[in-house]
Design a protein around this ligand. Structure first.
Ligand SMILES: Cc1cc2nc3c(=O)[nH]c(=O)nc-3n(C[C@H](O)[C@H](O)[C@H](O)COP(=O)(O)O)c2cc1C
Length: 261
């Protein structure tokens, strides 16, 4: 049976998109990409059925699925669709996020046929998982995509459930201090920060103004600024980055979860 492949991602700093693209490329199928990073893209209705294969990738935020996606994920229709939940994390841990994403998709009627956790450069510091996903990660993601095709047609008659790590109730979401990025004098007012902000937190009339009530500290503006003019100078962000640089340096490897069929 031919299936229509869709690659979906939310990816403020671009690593999740790279992984999802590599997985989709590995299948050898043609596919559409739906990038949910910008606010306008999250208002569309996502509807899939039994002819669809969907690779869904999200970055891990505090061990969970980003809460910004709650509404979008709650509105997905996926009865009978084959889905592949993928999480990308910054070399600390993915905690309950993969289980949570799989549970959400299965709760929408999807059949999750495999799942994976990959590593991307940490949003808060380029010293943790620097440059990842690298060529090894992307090769692994591609091979994962190719492996999916090996058992796709067997799924309907001999589908075997599989487990992914994680606990339910999921890790508690702790309220974090509201902060917004600051802008230094090197800003060239190109507007890339405002155009790429997933929550519209940056003022289009004055790119140095950001709304801390909207900012989710995803670091899209920090990493995309061509002249490094955006920073979080709040102590809570700096000390967490320092903790990551001390404790999360050892290279973690992609984990693939494929049911035995
Ligand atoms: C708010 C926030 C929370 C994060 N929490 C975690 C975490 O719990 N574990 C981890 O290893 N990385 C964590 N990260 C790092 C991201 O998961 C990682 O850098 C990912 O590659 C970013 O994906 P993106 O490039 O698609 O935005 C967090 C990043 C942000 C912005």
């Amino acid at each position: 049976m031919t299936r229509k492949l869709t690659a979906i991602c939310f990816s403020p700093t671009g690593t999740t998109r790279k992984i999802v693209t590599a997985v989709a490329d590995g299948t050898g199928l043609e596919y559409d990409t739906i990038d949910l990073t910008l606010p306008s893209s999250r208002s569309q209705t996502l509807e899939f059925g039994s002819d669809d294969l969907v690779v869904m990738g999200i970055p891990v935020y505090a061990g969970r699925v980003p809460s910004l996606l709650s509404e979008t994920l709650a509105s997905i229709k996926a009865e009978g669709a084959l889905m592949v939940p993928v999480v990308v994390y910054g070399n600390r841990h993915y905690d309950d996020s993969l289980l949570e994403l799989k549970d959400i998709l299965e709760g929408k009627g999807a059949i999750c046929i495999a799942a994976a956790a990959f590593i991307g450069e940490h949003s808060y510091t380029s010293k943790v998982a620097s440059g990842r996903p690298d060529s090894e990660d992307l090769e692994s993601a591609k091979r994962f995509g190719t492996a999916l095709m090996g058992f796709l047609d067997k799924v309907t008659d001999s589908y075997v459930k599989f487990d992914v790590p994680g606990k339910n109730p999921y890790k508690e979401r702790k309220p974090s201090k509201r902060v917004a990025p600051v802008t230094d004098d090197s800003c060239i007012e190109c507007g890339i920060c405002a155009l790429s902000c997933p929550t519209g937190a940056i003022d289009f009339r004055d790119f140095s103004t950001a709304d801390s009530n909207l900012c989710i500290k995803c670091c899209s503006c920090v990493k995309k600024c061509p002249v490094d003019a955006k920073h979080f100078n709040d102590e809570s962000v700096a000390s967490f980055a320092g903790w990551l640089e001390t404790n999360c340096i050892e290279r973690k490897l992609p984990e693939l979860f494929i049911p035995v069929i």
